[in-house]
Design a protein around this ligand. Structure first.
Ligand code: SF4
Length: 342
């Protein structure tokens, strides 16, 4: 079956599946603790897609051209028996790449089971090399040591190459750019510096708090000379740079300063079964309802293909036009990050 393409001729290639809205961290740019306190009501189990339902929908997406699935959350390692879902997805014919994004805090315990279940590689969020900044940014003063142990365990079981994601915010952790580069230079792991984005509605985003990828590269290049590397495939999110001395590479993700909507091939499935076609969307198309009402595979496949066909999302390209002189972007009731997992 031909890959579904959208109204801008972008093929449906990547699917991000959120499997929980819960997280053990309280990163201020995603789940600020003042909102997500101990009495916060997370989604009830009957509302979540079951593993059978996730597998069925994922199979239909793969039939429509998806080759890469990323498991996200919240914190996906909090979803009970997650390796059972990984096992099911790893058997999908036509799926080439099965990966997962985690904050790494529980990774040491789960790495072997995830690998045995068929997970191919992993991305770990690591916003600083500095213990104090790390503890401040996870909103819970959790230590970094368990995350570093998780990265070592993931490497030991072969969940490689490991990508390490750092969301850079001016006035918060830009001092960690060089520290993280130094920490992982010479290792096989790739640090990716992500421009701070106005995801969801809770992170008080301002243009002035964005450290652009150009600045990130300049800072590192001044100490460790870099050269650009071409993309591995169309739609690759990160721009790649390698150290001229051959000791590895870094990535930068520039949604604000160099929007890449033109090659965006990503669909998202929320934990309660909605198809979302952009990280900054205000809503999705419910697939869980029709599925639980008995829709056939071809009816569901047609619905997914129909949504993708008319897709025209280009939020990041439009952002600058919606940003005022003070650097504030026009408010929009976007879906929260912890519901669609970035
Ligand atoms: S803003 Fe939306 S369309 Fe653009 S790259 Fe991000 S997810 Fe894709």
């Amino acid at each position: 079956m031909n890959a579904a393409t959208d109204s801008r001729d972008r093929p449906l290639h990547d699917l991000r599946i959120s499997v929980t809205d819960r997280c053990n961290f309280r990163c201020p740019y995603c789940m600020p603790v003042e909102i997500f306190g101990e009495h916060y009501e997370f989604m009830k189990r009957p509302d979540l897609l079951t593993f059978e339902e996730i597998e069925r929908l994922a199979r239909l997406f793969v039939e429509l051209g998806v080759e890469k699935i990323r498991i996200t959350g919240g914190e996906p390692l909090l979803r009970h028996q997650l390796p059972k879902l990984i096992e099911r997805l790893a058997l999908l014919e036509g799926l080439r790449d099965l990966t997962l994004t985690t904050n790494g805090f529980l990774l040491e315990k789960h790495a072997q089971d995830l690998r045995d279940a068929g997970l191919q590689r992993i991305t770990v969020s690591l916003d600083s090399h500095d213990e104090a900044v790390f503890q401040q940014m996870n909103g819970r003063k959790f230590e970094m040591a368990p995350v570093l142990a998780g990265i070592r365990a993931a490497e030991a079981v072969g969940l490689t190459p490991i990508k390490l994601n750092c969301v850079v915010q001016r006035g918060v952790n830009e001092g960690s750019i060089l520290g993280l580069a130094k920490m992982w230079k010479g290792s096989a792991h790739i640090v990716r510096f992500i421009e701070f984005m106005d995801v969801g509605t809770l992170n008080h985003w301002e243009l002035g708090r964005v450290v652009t990828s150009r600045e990130v590269v300049e800072r590192i290049d001044a100490e460790f000379p870099l050269e650009p590397v071409g993309p591995s495939y169309r739609g690759e999110v990160a721009s790649r740079w390698r150290y001229k001395d051959g000791s590895g590479e870094i990535g930068v993700i520039s949604s604000v300063s160099q929007p890449f909507c033109g090659s965006c091939t990503r669909a998202r499935l929320t934990l309660d079964g909605s198809l979302v076609t952009c990280l900054f969307a205000t809503g999705g198309i419910d697939l869980r309802g029709p599925m639980r009402d008995g829709a056939s595979d071809s009816e569901l496949r047609e619905q997914i293909a129909g949504v993708w066909k008319v897709r025209a999302d280009r939020y990041s390209e439009e952002r600058s036009a919606n940003t005022d002189l003070d650097g504030h972007v026009k408010p929009r009731a976007k879906i929260e990050m912890y519901h669609i997992g970035g």
